[in-house]
Design a protein. Structure first.
Length: 664
């Protein structure tokens, strides 16, 4: 809840085109001094200098840690108050101050304790660079833009696979956790609630055959109906125990179901369950699971992997390519595996719970009508972006690829791995000197095997370093906050290897033909230039900002999951702790972000209106709250996905769910 009438000259956001969400700074407030909390560079510092960039929007959130009366003000060099909040008392109370930085700002302080609670504000020119002072290990791609990340949620998550937001909404966003939960975060208060818990409907995560297998099953995808505001329908993809019709030697059934939320859209209604697809899956890996509504046709697109396992096994069906029998990608008649599907959730075709679009490529042809495109091993993130349907397909042991998906397209698996001929010999390094570039004339008239627009090798496959081991699909960057990324397809890789969590981000520029020009993005706020975690997902919000979802664990265990917003490169020492008062140890205790309440001196109003591309306006506010939120979220205007503005790929799945080399 915003508090009106408590600010003096609070600046407003300058528009979504310039910056869709404010930079966040967290402080603890005690009579002895301000104590830095976030970002990490000011954590624990007393009265840290805040290095700001003129024209950039900021949100300062501070928590009263001693119960004494405090507020926060920003002054110019003459002592004129430029920004101000009301004075509040009470331990645990929290305020927020939103403003646009101007170069006249010189100090921030508490008007009640101006001699002890005071710090400097400093400005330096912004630096949009392609390199940084960070030492980066050898990379397969040339080094490109330098950015940084801002953690917006980092508690109570195991394996965050996706960010999602109902169409037209910006006040909250949803996070999908592999172990069965969908959480909803309020972007104003930071409070987290459980929207849906499907944990008891999932497989048993303790059923792996050995410790070397990383379980890729779980809750994998979420998409909101384009008309969610009216019908409250949403869709999930998950791994269920074997259902009727699944062979006894298969590990699980992949399920896509429809549910409805309550009228407020805050809780799922379990009794509204409507099964759509049930697909027997043979192994623990290669489940795909991305869900996305087409922005133009309104149909639901579903990615499904080839089911995992070694080729030439009894769980792989025969196809036209005899040298590599099995793999499920080239078969379109026996099952739906290794494909991207397209169905109509608003109609029903005979006994099916859904309709088949009339222009699906195999309608009135041999094969299952649900198929939209095929020839995939494990399409790991799929989304509509930049006017294209993009999918990243995880390779076996040598190459990773990114594809532009076309209706009726065949993307080559199990004939090719990327642009290279694949050999199913059981030895990861084996290759074939030659392979077909199209199917035989007897197979759909000899359709071409479509090459990827991005391909890169694993480490030790080619001379020089590899780029990673499991590709993670992403989106075109469509915001002006990071100019170096505008118009480029931003995606990533799970890690350089499994020994240490070193996820990577890349930026690809489309070309008229052939491979896209690709560079590796440098993370300027890490020691090695990479993400300090295994990358699970690249997410996008309704303003076109991008997010990296990570974990420190190889499997669905622990609570090291986190959500990081991509930010432009900082000025030297941005928001760094340049000053620390000796003999004044930090007294602030980190707590969860609170649920807002009205201040005593303010008139309560509605939640601040988030900046949108349509309006470019926002309401600034000073929010006083009790410090009692659930989990930790640094409030912003809110990540999420617009179903009608490229919702597809909302449900990207964790990189760990993809095979990291080998047959399983």
């Amino acid at each position: 809840m915003a508090a009106a009438g408590t600010l003096a000259g609070v600046g407003g956001l300058t528009g979504a085109a310039a910056q869709s969400q404010p930079e966040t700074i967290e402080l603890g407030g005690t009579t002895a001094g301000w104590v830095g909390r976030s970002p990490d560079r000011i954590d624990g510092a007393t009265n840290p200098t805040l290095h700001l960039e003129a024209g950039t929007d900021y949100r300062i959130t501070w928590t009263n840690t001693d119960g004494a009366p405090h507020n926060i003000e920003i002054h110019d060099t003459d002592g004129t108050v430029l920004e101000r909040t009301a004075v509040i008392s009470g331990e645990g109370k929290t305020q927020t101050l939103e403003f646009t930085a101007t170069e006249e700002m010189a100090t921030y302080l508490c008007e009640v304790h101006p001699t002890t609670m005071v710090g400097d504000v400093s400005f330096e020119p912004a630096t949009e660079t392609t390199t940084s002072g960070v030492e980066v290990n050898d990379s397969y791609f040339e080094m490109g833009p330098s950015i940084r990340t801002e953690t917006v949620a980092d508690e109570g998550l195991t394996a965050p696979l996706d960010l999602a937001m109902p169409p037209g909404e910006r006040g909250r966003f949803f996070v999908v956790d592999q172990v069965g939960q969908i959480y909803v975060y309020d972007t104003g208060s930071g409070e987290r609630e459980t929207f849906f818990d499907l944990g008891d409907q999932l497989i048993d995560f303790g059923s792996l055959p050995n410790e070397k297998v990383i379980d890729e099953r779980g809750l994998l995808g979420l998409a909101f109906h384009p008309n969610f505001a009216e019908n409250r329908k949403f869709y999930v993809a998950y791994s269920a125990p074997r259902r009727e019709g699944t062979p006894s030697n298969y590990t699980h059934t992949q399920v896509v179901e429809e549910y409805e939320a309550n009228e407020e859209g805050t809780r799922a209604l379990p009794g509204t369950q409507r099964p759509l697809l049930e697909m027997p899956s043979p192994y623990y890996t290669h489940n795909g699971g991305a869900l996305a509504f087409g922005p133009d046709d309104g149909y639901l697109y579903v990615s499904i992997g080839n089911g995992g396992g070694a080729l030439k096994s009894e769980k792989q069906v025969d196809d036209w390519y005899a040298p590599n029998r099995g793999g499920n990608g080239q078969d379109v008649g026996h099952n739906l595996l290794g494909s991207i599907l397209r169905i109509d959730v608003d109609t029903q075709d005979g006994e099916k719970a859904y309709g088949i679009p009339d222009d699906n490529p195999l309608v009135d042809d041999a094969g299952l009508d649900e198929h939209y495109a095929w020839g995939f091993r494990n399409p790991w993130r799929m989304g509509f972006s930049g006017g294209r349907l993009m999918a990243a397909d995880v390779g076996q042991a040598r190459y990773e690829e990114v594809d532009v998906v076309e209706k009726g397209g065949n993307y080559g698996w199990n004939v090719k791995e990327g642009t290279h001929c694949f050999a199913a010999t059981g030895t990861p390094g084996d290759t074939r000197a030659a392979c077909p570039s199209r199917t035989p004339d007897s197979v759909r008239g000899g359709e071409p095997l479509i090459d990827p627009v991005v391909e890169y090798p694993h480490p030790n496959v080619e001379d020089g370093p590899g780029a990673g081991i499991s590709v993670i699909g992403g989106y075109f960057y469509e915001n002006a906050t990071i100019p170096a990324l505008e118009g480029r397809y931003v995606f990533g890789d799970y890690s350089k290897g499994k020994a240490e969590p070193t996820g990577s981000l890349f930026a690809a520029t489309p070309t008229d033909e052939g491979q896209w020009s690709t560079e590796e993005i440098t993370l300027a706020d890490t020691d090695n230039g990479h993400l300090n975690g295994f990358l699970l997902c690249v997410g996008r919000d309704n303003d076109g900002e991008l997010y990296a979802l990570t974990t420190d664990e190889l499997g669905p265990t622990g609570e090291t999951g986190a959500v990081h917003r991509l930010r432009p490169p900082a000025t030297e020492g941005t928001t760094a702790a340049d000053t620390e008062t000796p003999g004044q140890p930090p007294t602030a205790t980190a707590t969860a972000e609170p649920t807002p309440t009205a201040t005593e001196t303010a008139t309560a109003t509605e939640e601040p209106t988030p900046t949108t591309a349509d309006t470019g306006t926002t309401t600034n506010a000073s929010n006083e709250t009790e410090d009692g939120g659930v989990g930790r979220f640094v409030p912003g205007s809110g990540p999420g996905f617009g179903v009608l503005a490229g919702l597809a790929g909302l449900v990207g799945i964790a990189a760990r769910l993809v095979s990291r080399g080998g047959d399983e």
